[in-house]
Design a protein around this ligand. Structure first.
Ligand code: ADP
Ligand code: ADP
Length: 226
């Protein structure tokens, strides 16, 4: 089932910078797709457009028959960034419930859903902790839980593990894979500078080049898991 369709997608910023040119990409439900490429190749630009921040200046970007903004309103899209923007004065539980609070979900459901995702990332015992009491890896787990709490169809992760040490990074990679495998319908789009990480995690790797309009490569990973 097709989830995202990009046709001749292009982005020229207001100052004339051509960030993307003629990008054609179909993304199916359940894929784990990584984007790799040097800085400036347009990875963030693609992500921002999928997130509904900044419209394309050419071509079309369709998410389940919706525009990105509509899809985001329906909570079909969630994000995880490297600098996890947790509210420092709110507990882990409150941070995770926030997306549901903003949508007016009843408190009881908020607590149930928060418990579900905190269990998923192994932080059930830290519900009442404050972000500053947590390690970098644990903060990242909270960010992942907060993204998963609204049961998104599309999870966008922009260099999520870039700031973590190697051991923590590998642990989180394993955890992310197992979370994704438990929900066969969730599609993950993952930006990384680390080619090994991309190949380890993904069903498909999109290699982007620094010059827009140049042909980029797509690598299919035949057996995603050992
Ligand atoms: P959009 O087309 O998405 O509305 P704009 O073209 O308005 O974006 O650009 C936003 C601002 O960011 C511009 O004023 C631009 O000068 C500035 N900017 C320029 N280069 C960069 C860059 N490399 N990264 C981030 N912002 C930049
Ligand atoms: P990446 O995420 O792969 O590093 P970006 O999508 O951030 O690449 O940037 C792609 C190109 O667009 C770069 O040349 C960058 O300088 C430019 N760019 C990004 N944001 C803006 C902006 N707001 N205004 C102008 N140029 C931008």
């Amino acid at each position: 089932k097709l989830l995202v369709k990009m046709e001749h997608l292009g982005k020229v910023y207001g100052n004339g910078t051509i960030a993307l040119q003629d990008v054609n990409l179909d993304i199916s439900e359940g894929e784990f797709l990584s984007f790799v490429g040097p800085s400036g190749c347009g990875k963030s630009t693609i992500f921002k457009m999928i997130a509904g921040l900044g419209a394309p200046t050419g071509g079309t970007l369709d998410i389940m028959g919706m525009t990105p903004k509509e899809a985001r309103k329906q909570s079909e899209i969630a994000f995880v960034f490297q600098d996890h923007t947790l509210l420092p004065w709110c507990s882990v539980q409150d941070n995770v419930m926030l997306p549901l609070e903003l949508r007016g979900v009843p408190k009881k459901t908020q607590r149930e859903e928060a418990a579900r995702v905190l269990e998923l990332v192994g932080l059930k015992d830290y519900m009442k902790a404050l972000p500053r009491q947590l390690s970098g890896g644990m903060k990242m787990r909270v960010s992942i839980a907060r993204a998963l709490v609204s049961r998104p169809k599309l999870l966008l992760m922009d260099e999520p593990f870039g700031a973590l040490d190697e051991i923590t990074r590998q642990t989180l990679q394993d955890e992310l894979l197992s979370i994704w495998q438990q929900d066969q319908k969730m599609t993950v789009l993952f930006v990384t500078h680390n080619v090994f990480e991309a190949v380890f995690l993904s069903t498909r790797v999109i290699v982007m080049t620094p010059r827009p309009g140049k042909v980029s490569a797509t690598i299919e990973i035949p057996e995603p898991f050992p």
